[in-house]
Design a protein around this ligand. Structure first.
Ligand code: MN3
Length: 199
């Protein structure tokens, strides 16, 4: 099926001050739209038409780099918008997440430190992740449009560390952006929803 740009699940102003309306306008309307438009051009004739976004990502990895870049970024951003909400973040983890983060990631404080470190340790563009792999949570990072799907995992939380995601609001202070993402933006209910689907 053709890729389509999903509507943002909140107003452009809704995530201020952690993420500005200007950032969301550029990031959603320009950057994500470009991945959708270019992805559809590259999908035509690829042999992967009619497959789900996930299957296009996995099917193009290592075989069709241009399609993979755009399909991966489409998948990543579909979820990225939903990984944030107004008044999100914080330490109250719903449902089974609290125990899973305690058991697999050493508890909330260690998760926060390690997730921010993953985003800081990604040289250049990429993503920081919490993924479920072999039944356990793990924190990883990937370059460019790559994601845990192509490494045998299922992402349940991801933070975009491309400069387009933070440069308007934070300039070069990627760490402040990552901390604001965790402390003020994460929609833990959506993380739980994805986590429950893996169990
Ligand atoms: Mn982005």
């Amino acid at each position: 099926m053709a890729f389509e740009l999903p509507a943002l699940p909140y107003a452009y102003e809704a995530l201020q001050p952690a993420m500005s309306a200007e950032t969301l306008q550029f990031h959603h309307d320009k950057h994500h739209q470009a991945y959708v438009t270019k992805g559809n051009e590259l999908l035509a004739g690829s042999g992967l038409e009619g497959q789900s976004v996930e299957d296009v990502v996995k099917g193009s990895y290592g075989k069709n780099q241009a399609l993979f870049n755009n399909a991966g970024q489409h998948y990543n951003h579909i979820h990225f918008w939903k990984w944030m909400k107004p008044g999100g973040g914080g330490t109250r983890l719903p449902g089974a997440l609290e125990k899973a983060i305690a058991d697999d990631l050493g508890g909330y404080d260690k998760f926060r430190a390690d997730f921010v470190a993953a985003g800081m340790g990604q040289f250049g563009s990429g993503w920081a992740w919490v993924a479920v792999k072999d039944g356990r949570l793990e924190i990883t990072k990937t370059p460019n449009g790559e994601n845990p799907l192509v490494h045998g995992g299922t992402p349940i939380l991801g933070c975009d560390v491309w400069e387009h995601s933070y440069y308007i609001d934070y300039r070069n202070a990627r760490q402040k952006y990552l901390e604001a993402f965790v402390d003020q933006l994460v929609d833990w209910d959506y993380v739980l929803e994805l986590f429950e689907k893996t169990r």
